[in-house]
Design a protein around this ligand. Sequence first.
Ligand SMILES: [Zn+2]
Length: 460
Amino acid sequence: MKHAPESSTCGTRGQQAKLGLRRASLILLLLLGCLWCTPAPQAADTDLPPASSGLSSPTPPTATAPVPVPEASPKALRYYRGNMILWGVNTLLGFLIPIVLLATGLSGRFRDGARRVGRRWFFVIAVYFALFSLFLALVQLPLDFYSGYLREHAYGLSNQTLGKWFGDAAKGLLITILVGPLVLWLPYLLLRRAPRSWWLISGLLALPLLILMIFVTPLWIAPLFNDFGPMKDKALEREILSLADRAGIEGSRVFEVNKSVDTKALNAYVTGFRDTKRIVLWDTLIAALDREETLFVMGHEMGHYVLNHVWQLLIVYSCVILLTLYAAHRIAPPILARYGNRFRFTELHDIASLPLLLLFLQATTFVLTPPLNAFSRHLERQCDRFGIEITRNPVAAATAFVKLQQENLGNPRPGWVYRIWLASHPPLGDRIDFCNSYHPWTKDRPLKFESRFRTRKTAP
Ligand SMILES: [Zn+2]
């Protein structure tokens, strides 16, 4: 749960290709990363125009020339190529590290140590998981430090101090060590008690667990890494709230997060239910975008919220988990029958099997990432449409994407490997093209989401 540092570069999907375990515990956060959104190079949410120009007297986009897609600078291209290499290395390590843990018997030794210290079943799991997490953190430290700190500073994308980077990394590790056993005990108990149906029960229980994480993360986890304060620009806050009202999101609070201490990347999201509903803007976004661009971004984010994208993604990811567990259920026994002695465990219900389960998760996510990304891009396109329709300001949308590209060193026209395995959002060039072409109201064509908007306010 290395929450903070990762979200700071969420745009650079290359760096998100994290290792198995982290990916496991973070499957949700990654998800949220794409829908809550953000990020950097390609992603991005944008926003729209409000009260005066947007809501009451929309700017006719056709009155303005299309916003050109800027060429990627040589520096941005270097950054992009580096991201691709990092993605390749991280993906490879995601397979390699669990294999090494298994083949050398190291995972079995961790379990032996955990038995000596923990004694009781649950504590054996907890101690094993702590050893395992520490091992992963140490092995990954050099690459994480390079990609999350040194490289980001070298490219001018981060303001984070060394102390904050290590502090966040330590906090993330501690949260992982504390939360992991609370999740893991159940499938391991089921593996013993219900050896035939453990995968089905665990897979079905993943959904409520993911929902709980979505609920808990913004309230209790994210504030451990950054300060969530009231928005300073009260006029903009009023416009955002009135936009939210129009989108059908009432009674939410607006927070400004001091992400500028970590990164120069831009981000915003809408999350929570009922009383915990919140609209969150990174201070970097407020500083980089003008009012209308900010409103488009917020319109996009509100689209994710009102179109229930979180729920759709939760269901999709629960299916991925279910599929992974089923694959492990069917395929792991013959593997253990053959290599169990070398692994130092012969049963899947042994906690030492955790790297094996993670290997399955790594394999299913790698194979399923292209269709999952395609689905995510579809949702993002919906929200770009939503943001443009509610603000009726495609020009601000396009210029917001241009700024995102420049601020985050994005590549507007990435290659096919990126498009297939890394692009959870449409490439920025495609998004700017879409903004330039989407203004149905000028042609008297129906708007896709207009029926969902509350009545347009009249200008004072
Ligand atoms: Zn989005």
